[in-house]
Design a protein. Structure first.
Lengths: 369, 279
């Protein structure tokens, strides 16, 4: 029976290839959207991820960085720096703002760095240098490519103009890139003095970050202190929440499209093969076997479509950022497995209407064909 | 007296209900002996195919009972009928009904997957049938490359692969030219006689009468004696075979005269060049 299903499907290569490609397109869309979302989600938390202090300290009630605002008095940084087990405290000022570069406006994280601070600054420069003077900035290299703002050019943050002195890699995200400016300039933009946004606390060797965070919470009033893992987990989960609905909707739309293609193809194959189905039933094949063969047929179509999509995901998607540097794509085994499970559901759902049609085939019609 | 292979009692099949009800088969009783070749003849629309469908477990009767090899199939669950069809019955159809994507050998072996021995055990039987039916050179051919006669021989082999008790054939020569039709019938006759298969054959073709042990005449859904006056013989203008005008449904009109044919192929030949054949 499976041989007949298999050979019948392959006897109509045009239909098979067309359907498999159609299904593959829908899965490619799902994989692509998922890759964009995952890539962006990872990229959104790339700054805290790369800073990796043992403990993050922020205003009480704040637990992450993405889209958050935090103020910590400067004397609290001094107090923490003097606590046992603390090796170094690196304060940063931080705000979310719109950056205007060559008429292009985009949302960005602005990190204000104290003079000569390399600890909290860009971790990989691809061109230029670190900021040394007022009104200088280091921007993501991808942002420079997209906006055509290069070293020596100006860009605007709030009401101030900054000169680009360096380009950094790994700091671009289409949702929010990370730009570095002098601490005093950002202080000026925020009209604040004597406050920091976050404190990056490095612990002495052998000190447990969890215990240190607890000590800071206990001893310094109105601050929150979290280990790096907790802080990044909070940020990542918030970043994930921001796009998850869209991704679920896109996945649902594409999956529904895949179900329609699988269903329509299986339906048309069953319609074309009603004559043979009646013959097979007349020859003694039970309806359960025939229903299984319809599901098998739909499974083959979905499998081919999914395989093409996975090949695309593994061999094409990694090269897309070379053409479109603003895209950060991440394809993971987990996402492919999830899409594989969706494919399984697609195959079963796609077989429902054809299976219903099969159940209505009368074997007696074999005599009248 | 040997046990009956088919024992059908008071079979009635009605379609529709109320004013639109049509009784296709009306209170028919048939007994078929092992090894017996029985022809069911009758005019078009007399209920022959409906009767055959009921005997084959493809259609449930409105009334009456059918026993196949001692099993009452009218009381069986729907889900049990496929096994009866697969193991006790072999079907031969007018339009051959081969599976297009499968080769000759695969078509023949197809019902064997439903046999307890499976396909592997059936290979020997398939080889024998392929040899017997002269299909050796066409073993790996697809149905679309076969002639009508070859297709029907494959269909016969497929019907016999599970060594059923009964072969049910519906107009097996209907789509064949007269010579091929005769050859196919002779093959079926030989194998049935040799292996002791019972054959129930529905046909319009009067030439098939020669191979039958018994002829049943079905008219308006009822079995009855065939009356001589119900024949009106004429000659197929293409092949010259005798055709019964009362029962023939392959016919055409040319220059205000009606012509009757033994097969579609003869009709096609006539249509292509009527001047050559007109009388």
């Amino acid at each position: 029976m499976f041989k007949w299903t298999w050979k019948s499907l392959f006897s109509q290569r045009g239909t098979l290839i067309g359907s498999a490609l159609g299904i593959a397109c829908t899965f490619i869309l799902v994989i692509f959207f998922d890759a964009v979302w995952r890539g962006e989600t990872v990229q959104i938390v790339s700054y805290p991820n790369h800073m990796k202090p043992d403990v993050w300290v922020m205003q009480n009630g704040v637990g992450n960085m993405h889209m958050a605002m935090s103020f910590v008095w400067d004397w609290k940084a001094d107090k923490i720096a003097k606590m046992p087990g603390v090796k170094r405290v690196t304060p940063i000022l931080y705000m979310n703002s719109v950056v205007t570069a060559n008429q292009t406006k985009m949302f960005a994280f602005i990190v204000g760095l104290l003079p000569n601070d390399k600890r909290a600054g860009p971790w990989a420069l691809t061109a230029g240098r670190h900021i040394e003077n007022p009104l200088e900035t280091v921007i993501p290299d991808v942002l420079s490519t997209i906006t055509n703002v290069n070293i020596g050019d100006q860009l605007h943050i709030a009401d101030k103009s900054f000169t680009v002195v360096g380009l950094s890699s790994g700091t671009y995200s289409s949702a929010n890139s990370v730009l570095f400016v002098p601490f005093s300039d950002l202080e000026d933009v925020l009209s604040s003095t004597g406050t920091y946004s976050y404190l990056l606390v490095d612990a002495e060797e052998g000190i447990d970050p969890g215990s240190l965070a607890k000590s800071i919470r206990d001893e310094v009033e109105k601050v929150n202190a979290l280990t790096h893992e907790e802080f990044v987990r909070n940020d990542f989960s918030l970043a994930k929440q921001m796009g998850i609905e869209i991704i679920i909707i896109m996945t649902a739309i594409c999956s529904a499209l895949a179900v329609l293609i699988v269903g329509f193809t299986s339906y048309s194959l069953v319609m074309r093969r009603r004559r043979e189905l009646a013959i097979i039933m007349a020859l003694g094949m039970g309806s359960m076997n025939i229903l299984i063969s319809v599901v098998f047929q739909s499974g083959i179509l979905t499998f081919f479509g999914f395989t093409i999509a996975v090949i695309f995901a593994l061999f094409v998607i990694p090269y897309i950022p070379l053409l479109l540097p603003q895209l950060t794509l991440a394809v993971s085994v987990t996402s492919l497995t999830q899409i594989g499970l969706i494919a399984l559901v697609v195959a079963i759902l796609g077989a429902l209407i054809p299976a219903w049609l099969v159940s209505r085939v009368e074997p007696a019609t074999a005599f009248h064909l | 007296m040997p046990e009956l292979i088919i024992k059908a009692r008071n079979l009635t099949k009605s379609f529709g209900s109320g004013h639109t009800a049509v009784t296709a088969v009306n209170n028919v009783t048939i007994d078929i002996q092992p090894g017996e070749i029985v022809l069911v003849m009758g005019p078009s629309g007399s209920g022959k195919t409906t009767l055959l469908s009921m005997l084959g477990g493809l259609l449930s009767p409105s009334q009456g009972t059918i026993e196949i090899d001692g099993t009452n199939i009218t009381t069986l669950k729907e889900s049990a009928l496929p096994d009866i069809r697969a193991l006790k019955l072999g079907f031969i159809f007018q339009t051959f009904n081969l599976l297009d994507a499968l080769t000759v050998e695969e078509n023949i072996l197809f019902p064997a997957q439903l046999h307890p021995g499976g396909i592997n055990e059936a290979r020997g039987r398939a080889n024998k049938l392929i040899d017997q039916l002269g299909l050796e050179k066409r073993r790996h051919a697809l149905p679309q490359t076969l002639s009508g006669g070859e297709k029907q021989r494959v269909a016969i082999a497929r019907a016999l692969i599970n060594e059923p008790k009964v072969i049910l054939a519906d107009e097996p020569t209907g789509n064949l030219d007269s010579q091929t039709g005769q050859e196919v019938m002779m093959i079926l006759h030989e194998i049935a006689r040799e292996q002791g298969y019972s054959v129930v054959l529905v046909t319009h073709d009067p030439r098939v009468e020669d191979i039958a042990d018994r002829i049943l005449w079905l008219e308006d859904g009822k079995l009855g004696a065939r009356k001589q006056e119900q024949h009106k013989w004429s000659r197929d203008p293409v092949c010259g075979m005798r055709v019964d005008e009362w029962t023939a449904d392959i016919k055409t009109e040319y220059e205000s005269k009606e012509y009757f044919f033994c097969s579609d192929k003869c009709l096609d030949n006539f249509t292509a060049n009527p001047e050559q054949y007109k009388s």
